[in-house]
Write a protein of this length. Structure first.
Lengths: 618, 351
């Protein structure tokens, strides 16, 4: 017997395909797959959607949230203000309900009465007796617990007008091969849907309508895309140490290798994954494999990068190809291991002691994760140096809508300057570090190539063009200068920045990586206020010449990044000799993506300041 | 020590081996270690071992860490690629190299600082991973390059040249390797080439992780009468648990020994090790028995040498991981990249 509850006394948000739903759950309660199903069903309705996990470093018991933004215009960055809260966690329910905007909704488990202090008079409550329904309908304790999540997804489908058929199809897809799970899941969805329909005016004024915005798109997380990119890029050796949020890179690589890298004749593996004893060993294994001619990578995050520094210097100086995926999280130290940041720009650009410098790639979408991963192996072989792909937790662990992945079947791997036995035969004397082409990139050989030519001694100590140990300072300096030349050559191979310019714009914005998520929305908000800015999204370090020009060509460039110390700005100062006066930082470092409002506000405040300083006309 | 170039002159009557190479073809650059350093005897033993076995020098990869020991790879097999990596991290580099190309032979050279201190973790894990290689520790109980500090293999009570006494028990890498599952573990003395050369030959031929702890005195910093790693103590106190003769696959076995004391072990390629046990109850195929004998001798201040333990039945890393027969570094795009059609199917699973 359920009582009809009307919520019409309070004003309610009226919006279609434009809202934020947040799920407040307890870690380990099985909510993740239900919430995921919710987001994916919206994707399948053709509506742009972006889910974000905000999770603790914990397996069971601590609070976890899942924030889903729906936006027909494709603005998929975070947005402040929650329109509908699914409040499933008693530990955080006060704060969760407080975060709902006036006129918004709170869905909660009404099996227990809501405490008075949780009642707001400016939000709408959607009480569903989840626990009671599950107790009544299901036998096993596990099902009673897990299906609460499915029941609320069913209820949401009625409230928000989710196509129920899409949900049932998803259940069938998800449990293909485990048929006995399909019916109870669909039953749970129906229980929620019926309860909501029977007791409330459904759908709400906050609702979804089918659209066509996701035609041909995919919904994928960046780490999955990197793992696939490693398969397509020809990696055979993965050496790693488990570390959030990089772990799923190797999970993905392993999953697709099992499917795609088994030799059909013998059933044997064309790949090796070594879970090392620590990150030092992980990168050492990757470097050993790279030295011996296999494409190898490691995936890690900030603490791992700190441990890998010595080896990164060795690979830089002895010129060994290796690919490192850094899925950045919040530092310093253990920091906030399950939150996101762009905090390793400096520590990666100059990783290791001495004058060392590394090539960085900055993907901003899952598709770019795939492309940068495949490119990284070509770059590492071509340039004979570590290539660090700088993703972050937001990109790595959250699903995003992006264009489908593609591969040009005519593409061949670029294995770089490697001499085979015949080529060695024609050479009088092989010099491993001889710059024969004048581009700073020497020729290398794989061990075992030729009986009498091509062997050399790889070392992290100072060496001459023939790889012999030397303490002659001028020879050392020559090698160091050649490495600088090699980095200039690298620019021919690194992806160009993505630039968007308007005529007569005095202001520019420079950014990279996941900051993209809020950028278009921020630009459009500013445009409505009559402010247009040119944008440049940097895709690689070292920077191309046009990065310097971009800063030179604008009166002021806003450098938007996700760290405290303006690390990108520092890099621009060091590497482009950019004038500090011509750059203004907009920073965020609270562990979540910056919102469009945050960027807009930063720019507006700066402009007001400029006006009051008479630096620009009002 | 010397920093002149090695003369290229070859004596016209130098003997050639089965593949037409002379001993000179197995040498490296001139040593820069101290005169009389035990490590040079290890280089010489490797040169002799590989020349006698007619190995192709370029099909061997030499990998080391940092320290006096880790310089050794320069001084043998200059036709082989070498990699002088990072202090204590040779095992990881060797693991990666081995995964990339299973067809080469791998010799890892390390020292007691490199393997028992900074790299003890990596040492333990390469043993666990059953990497198919020969891992040699040139063990002198001291840090030579930094001028004579005690290392973790220095025995309790042993003293360096400066008089510093080891207050702690030593780490015995040989017993550790046996416990962690190494399938070939030996100990030798750099001064005893007759023992060391066949052990190197057997270790190179053994499929799986072969480890030789070579007591190799540091003449400059740890060769006093009060040092257990000096020449004097090692000569006086090393006990041969088992003598080894190595008979390569191609040679006819002609020698014979008194029954009871000998064991014949056939390695995976058909080569044979003749083992003459000197201790009556000692069994190098029995892990617990081997450990018992080594530890019992240690209590008497004796260093047990010879082939300490061998197990021919374990699989190596490639077998455990079931990798393809072709070396990874020879696989090309068409063998590794699944192509656009497969990617289209994958895209569909994300819709």
């Amino acid at each position: 017997m359920s009582e009809l509850i009307q919520t019409s006394k309070v004003s309610s948000i009226t919006r279609t395909n434009d809202f934020v739903v947040k799920f407040a759950n307890i870690n380990g309660s099985g909510s993740a797959s239900a919430n995921n199903m919710f987001a994916k069903s919206i994707f399948r309705m053709g509506i742009p959607v972006s889910p974000h996990n905000i999770f603790p470093s914990n397996i069971q018991g601590l609070p976890t949230w899942y924030e889903v933004r729906v936006n027909e215009d494709g603005y998929l960055g975070r947005r402040e203000g929650i329109d509908l809260m699914v409040a499933m966690n008693e530990q955080t329910i006060k704060k969760d309900i407080d975060s709902v905007v006036p006129g918004g909704y709170v869905l909660y488990d009404s099996s227990k009465t809501l405490a008075n202090e949780l009642l707001r008079d400016d939000v709408n409550y959607l009480p569903i007796p989840l626990k009671d329904i599950c107790l009544r309908e299901f036998e096993s304790p596990t099902q009673r617990q897990l299906f609460k999540n499915i029941v609320y997804v069913g209820a949401l489908s009625a409230f928000l007008n989710i196509d129920f058929k899409i949900l049932t199809e998803m259940v069938s897809d998800q449990f293909r091969g485990k048929e006995k799970l399909i019916l109870p899941n669909i039953h749970a969805l129906e229980l929620g849907h019926h309860y909501a329909s029977d007791n409330f005016d459904c759908p709400l004024t906050l609702r979804l309508e089918k659209s066509d915005k996701n035609a041909n798109k995919i919904l994928m997380d960046g780490n999955t895309a990197i793992g696939l990119g490693c398969v397509y890029g020809g990696a055979t050796v993965a050496a790693w140490y488990p570390l959030t949020p990089s772990t799923s890179v190797v999970d993905s690589f392993g999953k697709y290798c099992k499917r795609l890298r088994i030799d059909p004749g013998s059933g044997k593996k064309k790949y090796s994954i070594v879970q090392a004893e620590d990150e030092l060993s992980a990168i050492g294994i990757a470097i050993g494999a790279g030295w011996n001619g296999a494409r190898a990578f490691t995936a890690t995050s900030g603490p791992g990068i700190s441990l890998m520094q010595e080896f990164m210097g060795l690979a830089y100086f002895s010129e060994v190809p290796v690919v490192i995926f850094n899925i950045q999280r919040v530092g310093p130290s253990t920091g906030m291991p399950t939150r996101s940041q762009q905090g390793d720009l400096l520590s990666c650009a100059y990783a290791s002691h001495g004058d060392s410098k590394h090539i960085l790639l900055f993907p901003s979408t899952p598709k770019e994760c795939f492309e940068d991963a495949t490119a990284a192996f070509d770059l590492a072989d071509r340039l004979q140096t570590p290539i660090i792909v700088m993703s972050d937790l937001e990109l790595g662990m959250n699903e995003q809508i992006c264009d489908p992945l593609s591969w040009d079947d005519n593409r061949e791997y670029d294995r770089g300057k490697v001499l085979n036995a015949e080529q060695l035969e024609d050479i009088e004397k092989f010099g491993r570090y001889l710059d024969s082409d004048g581009d700073g990139i020497p020729y290398r050989t794989y061990p075992g190539t030729h009986a009498s030519k091509g062997s050399y001694f790889t070392r992290g100590s100072s060496h001459d063009a023939y790889a012999a140990y030397t303490e002659d300072g001028s020879i050392y300096a020559e090698v160091m200068d050649r490495l600088v030349l090699k980095f200039k050559t690298a620019l021919n191979y690194l992806p160009q920045p993505v630039v968007s310019t308007h005529t007569n714009s005095k202001f520019g914005i420079l950014f990279l990586g996941t900051t993209i998520s809020a950028m278009q929305e921020a630009l459009d908000m500013l445009a409505k206020k009559g402010i247009t800015l040119d944008t440049m999204r940097i895709r690689a370090f070292p920077f191309h010449e046009n990065v310097t020009q971009f800063i030179d060509n604008h009166e002021l460039t806003y450098v938007v990044e996700q760290n405290r110390d303006a690390q990108l700005k520092s890099l621009l100062k060091i590497e482009c000799n950019a004038n500090e006066e011509k750059m203004h930082s907009i920073l965020s470092y609270d562990g979540v993506l910056p919102t469009a409002q945050h960027i807009e506000q930063g720019i507006l405040e700066s402009m007001q300041q400029l006006q009051s300083d008479d630096k620009i006309p009002a | 020590m010397s920093y002149i170039n090695k003369p290229k002159f070859k004596h016209p009557q130098l003997q050639t081996n089965d593949i037409g190479l002379t001993r000179r073809d197995y040498e490296g650059t001139l040593t820069t270690l101290c005169g009389g350093c035990g490590h040079d005897s290890i280089s010489a033993a490797i040169i002799q071992a590989s020349a006698e076995m007619s190995l192709e020098p370029h099909r061997i990869a030499k990998i080391s860490g940092i320290g006096c020991s880790s310089k050794i790879p320069s001084y043998f097999l200059s036709k082989a690629h070498g990699f002088n990596s990072v202090h204590g991290r040779m095992p990881s580099v060797a693991t990666g190299a081995n995964i990339a190309n299973k067809e080469l032979s791998y010799i890892g050279i390390s020292g007691d600082g490199d393997s028992a201190s900074i790299g003890l973790g990596q040492f333990c894990h390469i043993v666990r991973r059953r990497v198919n290689m020969l891992y040699i520790v040139a063990n002198n109980g001291t840090y030579g390059l930094t001028k004579g500090q005690l290392s973790a293999t220095a025995d309790l009570g042993s003293r360096t040249k400066s008089g510093e006494e080891s207050l702690f028990d030593n780490i015995d890498l040989a017993t550790l390797a046996i416990e962690l599952g190494a399938s070939f573990v030996a100990r030798s003395f750099s001064g005893d080439k007759k023992q060391l050369v066949p052990l190197i030959q057997a270790g190179l031929t053994h499929k799986g992780f072969a480890f030789i702890d070579v007591v190799s005195p540091c003449v400059t910093f740890n060769n006093t009468d009060l040092s257990t790693h000096g020449y004097k103590n090692t000569w006086e106190n090393h006990i041969v648990l088992s003598e080894v003769d190595f008979v390569p696959m191609r040679e006819e076995i002609t020698t014979s020994y008194a029954p009871g004391k000998e064991k014949e072990i056939t390695l995976h390629d058909g080569s044979v090790i003749h083992l003459h046990k000197t201790g009556s109850n000692y069994d190098p195929m029995d892990k617990e028995n081997a450990l018992h004998h080594i530890n019992a001798y240690k209590k008497q201040g004796k260093i047990a040498t010879g082939l300490l333990y061998i197990n021919q039945t374990t699989s190596d890393l490639h077998e455990l991981q079931d990798t393809v027969d072709k070396p990874f570094n020879s696989l090309g795009c068409h063998e590794l990249c699944p192509g656009d059609e497969a990617l289209g199917d994958i895209n569909n699973t994300f819709r």
